[in-house]
Design a protein around this ligand. Structure first.
Ligand code: NAP
Length: 336
C-alpha cells in the first residue's frame, strides 16, 4: 500500500570487521511533492554488493557514507509517480535508488526494465551492472578467454563468479571454480556445469590446482585477492591473463593505505603474463553488447544465477555481512 513516507537505511557506526545490523538504523522520511524531471519509485529489491562495504570507511574509492548518511545501493521497483515524460506509473525500473523503500530520483538515473523478458530481479543479477555486466566485461574484455583455455575463477559461487565461469564455459574454456565448502563446489559442477571446483576451506588449493590444471592456468578471474592470488600466480601459464575484478578478502578496514598484495608478481615477468584490473563502469560503450549477450543466454536457458533473498530493510546489515561469511549462493538480494 502506498504511504507518504519512505524508510531508509542509514549508517549508525563504522564497522570494524564484518558489518552487521548494529552498524545501521532505519529512519523514516516524509515524501515531498515531486519536482520537474523527478520520478518516485516503490523499491521492491536491493542488490547487496561488496562495494557497499567499502563505502562504510572514512576513505574509499567509492564515495564514503558519513555517519547518519543513507546507504548507497542499486535496486529495482515500480514507478509510483512521475514528472518525467519518459516514465509512467507502473513502469518497472532499475537504478541507484539507495537503501530505501521509496526513492525519489532524477529520471536520468533510472533505466526501464521489460518484465516480459526477464523477472525484474534479474536486472540486479544476470542483467545487472554489478553482476552480469561485470562478469561479462571481465571475461570478454579483460581476460580475453579463448576456446580450449583453462579458466579459473575465485568467489565462484557468488554472483559475479557464477556468471564469469558460465560465460567462460560458453566461450569454450575449461572452467575451474574456487569456493568455500562442499555444497558450493557441488553447485558449481552439478548446477552450473563447471568442469571442476575446489573447496578453499577444506582442500589444499595449490595441490588440487596442480592436479586439475597440470599445464597451468590461462586466465584467472579474481574476486578474492589476498593469499589466494599468490597461489594462482604461481600456477599461471606463459601469456596468462590475471583479471583483477575484486578482492573481497581485503575489504575490511581502511583500504586507502593498501591491502595485502601479491608477493609472487614476478611470475608475470617470468611467464610473459599480464595482470589487469577493471571496474565495470570503465566499459559504458559495451553495456548494450553485454545486455544483448546476457539476455540471449538467459532467454535460451544457457545461463543461470540462483538468488538468495533476505527479507526487510532491518536485515540490511546482516545481509551485507553474508557477503563476507559466504552465507549465500548466487545473487544476494534484499526484499524491501
Ligand atoms: N570490478 C567491478 O566493477 C566489480 C563490480 C561488482 C563486483 N566486483 C567484485 O566482485 C566480487 C564478487 O562480488 P559479488 O557481488 O558477486 O559477491 P558474491 O561473490 O556474491 O559474494 C562474495 C563471496 O566471496 C566469498 N568470500 C568472502 N570472503 C572471502 C574470503 N576472505 N576468502 C575467500 N572468499 C571469500 C564468499 O563465498 P565463499 O563461501 O566461497 O567464501 C562470498 O559468497 C567482489 O570482489 C566485488 O568487489 C567488482
Amino acid at each position: 500500500m502506498a504511504t507518504d513516507t519512505s524508510r531508509k537505511v542509514v549508517l549508525a557506526s563504522r564497522p570494524t570487521g564484518i558489518p552487521g545490523s548494529s552498524n545501521f538504523r532505519i529512519e523514516e522520511e516524509g515524501l515531498e511533492a515531486l519536482a520537474d524531471g523527478q520520478v518516485r519509485v516503490d523499491v521492491t529489491h536491493l542488490s547487496i554488493d561488496a562495494f557497499i562495504r567499502t563505502t562504510l570507511e572514512e576513505e574509499s574509492y567509492h564515495t564514503p557514507v558519513p555517519i547518519g548518511g543513507t546507504i548507497m545501493a542499486f535496486g529495482v521497483g515500480h514507478v509510483r509517480e512521475s514528472r518525467s515524460a519518459g516514465f509512467a506509473p507502473g513502469d518497472a525500473v532499475c537504478g541507484p535508488v539507495g537503501a530505501r523503500s521509496v526513492a525519489t530520483v532524477p529520471a536520468g538515473m533510472l533505466v526501464k526494465a521489460d518484465e516480459t523478458r526477464a523477472p525484474l530481479s534479474a536486472r540486479l543479477g544476470v542483467l545487472g551492472l554489478t553482476s552480469g555486466f561485470t562478469a561479462y566485461m571481465g571475461v570478454r574484455h579483460v581476460g580475453f578467454v579463448k576456446a580450449g583455455e583453462t579458466f579459473v575463477v575465485s568467489g565462484a559461487a557468488g554472483a559475479v563468479g557464477s556468471l564469469a565461469g558460465q560465460i567462460a564455459k560458453l566461450d569454450g574454456a575449461r572452467v575451474i571454480g574456487i569456493a568455500g565448502g562442499p555444497a558450493k563446489t557441488k553447485h558449481l559442477v552439478e548446477a552450473l556445469g563447471f568442469d571442476a571446483a575446489i573447496d578453499y576451506k577444506g582442500e589444499d588449493v595449490a595441490a588440487r590446482l596442480r592436479e586439475l590444471a597440470p599445464d597451468g592456468v590461462d586466465v584467472f578471474f579474481d574476486n578474492v585477492g589476498g593469499e589466494l592470488l599468490d597461489v594462482l600466480l604461481d600456477q599461471i601459464r606463459e601469456r596468462a591473463r590475471v583479471v583483477i575484478c575484486g578482492a573481497i578478502s581485503q575489504y575490511q578496514g581502511d583500504m586507502s593505505q593498501g591491502v595485502r598484495g601479491p608477493s609472487l608478481y614476478l611470475r608475470l615477468a617470468e611467464r610473459h603474463a599480464r595482470m589487469e584490473g577493471f571496474a565495470v563502469n570503465h566499459f559504458p560503450d559495451r553495456y548494450g553488447e553485454a545486455e544483448e549477450a546476457l539476455g540471449g543466454w538467459l532467454a535460451r536457458g544457457e545461463i543461470r544465477l540462483d538468488e538468495h533473498v533476505e527479507e526487510g530493510l532491518e536485515r540490511f546489515g546482516d545481509a551485507l555481512g553474508l557477503l563476507f561469511t559466504g552465507g549465500h549462493t548466487g545473487k544476494l538480494l534484499l526484499a524491501v
